[in-house]
Design a protein around this ligand. Structure first.
Ligand code: ADP
Ligand code: MG
Length: 373
């Protein structure tokens, strides 16, 4: 286990529809954050239609996340590619074989663990289109999800469907094994808009009624699931009726907060720079787009998010550590978990190993049990 004292922020960029500008936005955001002095890793998780490498002008064959999934390299760090920009690295998603675009759940968790321990201040995960579980899972585990949409009704409804899917997928992944809450989430997720679905605050109340010990976990979801909204290709002076509708829909129907963090201009000249998005940001033609991204960076409060918190020591655990401790959790006596849920601790092990180790220690499990075979 090595220790990483730096706090890191992981952004996920998603949205229901393809072609709305997610990848270009991801590269632009990463480029300007790198310019501002942050060390940034762009991660292409559009497994199947990867194009971040192309946006960066990297057309030669490079290592990619496929090598990690196929276990040709042990760590994501091994496939970091330098780009033409200082502070900006790329994990390419190119070269996916058919079938690989659909990694197993445990592999996604493994990818996330490795992303968490990348040597960077900021990681930006560019996700694919649609509401496939892959996309939703990565969106749900990021520190901040950013939804990109075009200002057309169809794209806005897709964005709503994406946010709803990501919320339910997140709840499912946490509670799916709970005998009462799992089925409750399933039936709620299948309801149509007219059927009066439980909003997140009402769902929280139900969860606490069923099992008060789950309160910390569900309130963590309530506080952390606040997608940021970016509207792309907004004509100058256009009103924000659709944006207001989308935010209202998310509040009324899902009970979540959403922040509209900015609009991006329709920039016809982008088409001359599709293989050099950083160059577009430097060019006169990219001036409006660049200042829009800068505004979004300010609104996202990146500098606050990435300042290392005083006194916080973040322990990173290797894959082997995590797997071993999960095995330990499986065979531990039930009484150790009294008042809590073993499945929840197994799941937390993926995201917050040090918290789990502290919990087990507080219940009398010795450090030796956790650290040896
Ligand atoms: N702000 C913009 N102005 C004009 N065209 C844009 C803009 N953003 C994206 N595009 C166009 O849309 C295409 C798709 O963008 P991309 O970022 O690859 O979408 P996604 O990742 O959502 O599928 C780009 O190739 C570009 O031609
Ligand atoms: Mg894309």
């Amino acid at each position: 286990m090595n220790n990483d004292k730096r706090a890191k922020t992981i952004f996920a960029v998603g949205g229901g529809k393809g072609g709305v500008g997610k990848s270009i936005f991801s590269v632009a955001l990463g480029t300007l954050l790198a310019n501002a002095g942050y060390s940034v890793v762009l991660t292409d998780l559009d497994l199947g239609a990867a194009n971040l490498h192309a946006c960066m002008g990297i057309l030669r064959k490079t290592p990619s996340i496929a090598d990690f999934i196929l276990k040709k390299v042990p760590s994501l760090e091994d496939i970091l590619i330098e780009t033409s920009r200082k502070n900006l690295h790329l994990i390419s998603g190119a070269d996916f074989l058919p079938g690989m675009a659909n990694p197993a759940y445990w592999m996604k968790l493994k990818i996330m663990r490795h992303i968490r321990s990348l040597p960077a201040d900021i990681v930006i995960m560019d996700l694919g289109a649609g509401v496939h579980f892959n996309t939703l899972d990565f969106f749900g585990v990021a520190d901040r999800g950013i939804v990109v949409t075009a200002p057309e009704p169809g794209a806005v409804m897709n964005a709503y469907g994406f946010i709803k899917g990501a919320l339910f997928r997140k709840l499912q992944s946490i509670f799916r094994k709970h005998p009462d809450i799992g089925p409750l989430i399933d039936s709620e997720s299948k309801k149509t808009e007219g059927e009066g679905r439980l909003t997140l605050d009402k769902f929280t109340k139900e969860v606490i009624k069923i099992d008060p010990d789950l309160y910390p976990l569900i309130s963590e979801v309530e506080q952390s699931f606040t997608p940021a909204l970016v509207v792309n290709r907004v004509p100058a002076g256009q009103s924000h009726v659709l944006v207001r509708n989308l935010i209202a829909l998310c509040t009324e129907k899902l009970g979540i907060k959403m922040d509209h963090v900015g609009n991006l201009p329709d920039s016809r000249d982008i088409s001359d720079f599709l293989l050099n998005i950083p160059g577009f940001l430097d060019a006169k033609a990219g001036k409006l787009y660049r200042s829009a991204i800068k505004g979004i960076i300010d609104t996202l409060n990146v500098s606050d998010l990435t300042v290392p918190q005083k006194g916080q020591r973040k322990a990173e655990f290797s894959d082997e550590d995590v797997e071993r401790i999960i095995k330990v959790i499986e065979w531990l006596d039930d009484s150790i978990f009294s008042g809590t849920n073993r499945e929840v601790w197994k799941l937390r092990m993926y995201f917050n190993p040090s918290e789990v180790v502290d919990f087990l220690a507080s219940r009398g499990v010795s450090y030796e049990t956790l650290s040896s075979e």
